[in-house]
Design a protein around this ligand. Structure first.
Ligand code: MN
Length: 530
């Protein structure tokens, strides 16, 4: 009995599946409508998600300490929202900023049968579910019972606490601990191994769709004074749509010039770029560089959610803000939110490098190559190539991005658990090593006037509420240039310029090259120490 509960564990533990071609997992259960899965999920906190297929969905409980075969142990289980059937065999990484960001393995799977009842939904409503699991690890009779006298309906969003226990039966094993059996039944991998090389990433929770052709037609049809615009099912009030945000220029792009860019076109840019941008914005407070009268007038920084922020736009209170600092931030999580920000004159978007889930824990490490007045873009390219070599040597994944103005940045994803002190120090250490090889190019002066026009390798933005411009954000400069992630090899493209892509050319860039930085979103990467 006990020995049969995890028959493949030893088989898996004795093999290193990264170097052998032997099958490491088990076949998934047939989709007969009665599957169950348990995913080991390292999000903000480790937990196990127990999901029972019924009524076309996965009815789900989050079990912080995991299910056990030990009949003496009761485990707390929080009834959480139903998940789509697509999620059944999901194993990979949920990007940070997404709900449940972290790594997931398919810890167990199989089928389940209801005991002593006919209808699983009414048993769940009644708060008392007896069932048998037929899995690779979990077997025998389990009970899920709601604690206290809570009503069946949690009232939309409330999370009920239940208890999960194993009955005394032939499959019970005293002292059985799920943490002793960590590997995936799907791939044989551990959470660490999945985090290091995620084959999949889950972005199915939210719709990051851009506007439909009909919605764009409706935007074009709005009168100059504006009106209500519906995008993605949310309604946003737009105004002064023909206001010029970027005046026409004869000089940029070189040899072509451009005609004026209106606020309407800026709103179109941000909503059409939403699917590419939102992976970098979702879950993060945003600092806006606002130019409500267009770039002919001086812009200003604005962080606070204004009183007319729509109800559907996520807001977050930074409860640790010091007196006089902004407390109420906007967290853009939809195309409509980006339309609202653009209408508000937020030409340039700077997301935090941490999320609202833990504002003191960065998820990106940023390297900023900031050219001085006497530096050229070629200088920035030399430095970027040196960083490329250094990161390759350190086996650290990162990707460059042109700023749309003069410089280059390198974005490096990091695992949970680092502080801003860690990332700032790490970037400073790497930067000083690189700067030492080209001392004639680099200044360490913070004060611009003392930099003698040299390039600065700025590590100081790795701090809470310090930001760099978002991928695909516009920049407040002639021609409406855009900050765009590029591949390392594109550093050697003779046509590369820091402002190569603009509001007019970004759609083609995205269609042909996609976003080379996207695979790094949410990557749980450790920074090597020195
Ligand atoms: Mn979960």
């Amino acid at each position: 009995m006990a020995a049969s509960t995890d028959r493949l564990a030893r088989y898996r533990e004795m093999r290193d599946f990264s170097v052998t071609a032997e099958p490491s997992g088990t076949a998934p259960p047939p989709p007969d409508g009665n599957r169950f899965v348990v995913q080991r999920h390292r999000a903000t906190r480790l937990h196990y998600d127990l999901r029972l297929e019924a009524a076309g969905v996965l009815i789900s409980w989050a079990v912080p300490k995991g299910p056990t075969l030990d009949p003496e142990v009761r485990r707390m289980a929080v009834h959480v929202e139903d998940h789509p059937l697509d999620y059944f065999d999901f194993e990979g990484v949920i990007p940070r900023g997404e709900y449940g960001g972290g790594d997931v393995v398919v810890w167990d799977w199989g089928t389940w049968t209801l005991a002593d009842a006919d209808d699983p939904l009414s048993a769940i409503d009644a708060g008392n579910l007896h069932f048998d699991l037929h899995g690779e690890k979990l077997r025998g009779r389990f009970v899920l019972v709601r604690r206290g006298k809570g009503s069946g309906d949690s009232g939309g969003g409330g999370k009920e606490q239940w208890l999960l226990l194993h009955k005394h039966d032939d499959d019970a094993v005293e002292g059985w601990d799920p943490e002793d059996h960590p590997r995936s039944v799907k791939s044989g991998r551990t959470n660490d191994e999945v985090a290091a090389a995620p084959a999949a990433s889950w972005t199915g929770h939210r719709s990051w769709a851009g506007p439909t052709p009909d919605e764009l037609d409706a935007l074009d049809a709005l009168p100059a004074k504006g009106g209500m615009w519906s995008v993605g099912g949310l309604v946003v009030k737009l105004s002064s749509l023909d206001r010029v945000y970027f005046p026409a220029s004869k000089d940029f792009p070189a040899g072509k010039g451009h005609d004026a860019v209106t606020k309407r076109e800026v709103i179109r840019h941000y909503t059409c770029a939403a699917p590419a941008m939102l992976p970098y914005l979702d879950g993060r407070p945003i600092n806006l560089h606002r130019f409500p009268s267009g770039i002919s007038e001086k812009g200003f920084w604005h962080k606070a959610a204004p009183p007319h922020t729509p109800e559907w736009l996520t807001q977050w209170e930074f409860t640790d803000a010091s007196d006089g600092d902004t407390r109420d931030y906007m967290v853009p999580e939809s195309a409509a939110a980006l339309a609202f920000l653009a209408n508000y004159g937020g030409l340039e978007l700077h997301p935090w490098t941490s999320t609202t889930a833990n504002p003191y824990q960065p998820t990106w490490t940023l390297i900023d190559i900031d050219p001085g007045t006497k530096s050229t873009f070629d200088d920035a390219l030399v430095l970027a190539r040196l960083f490329r070599t250094a990161l390759e040597h350190l086996k650290v994944a990162g990707m460059p991005k042109v700023t749309g103005k003069r410089g280059l940045q390198i974005w490096v994803p990091i695992a949970d658990g680092y502080t801003f002190d860690d990332t700032r120090t790490w970037v400073e250490t790497v930067s000083r090593a690189i700067g030492a090889t080209v001392p004639q190019m680099v200044s360490w002066e913070w004060d611009v006037s003392k930099r003698k026009g040299l390039t600065r390798l700025d590590h100081t933005q790795n701090a809470i509420n310090k930001t760099l411009v978002a991928p695909f954000s516009l920049r407040p400069a002639v021609g409406a240039p855009v900050s765009v992630p590029i591949t390392w090899d594109e550093l050697d493209d003779p046509d590369l310029r820091p402002d190569r892509w603009t509001i007019r050319t970004l759609p083609e860039r995205l269609a042909t090259a996609g976003d080379p930085l996207l695979p790094l979103v949410g990557m749980q990467q450790k920074l090597p120490s020195f």
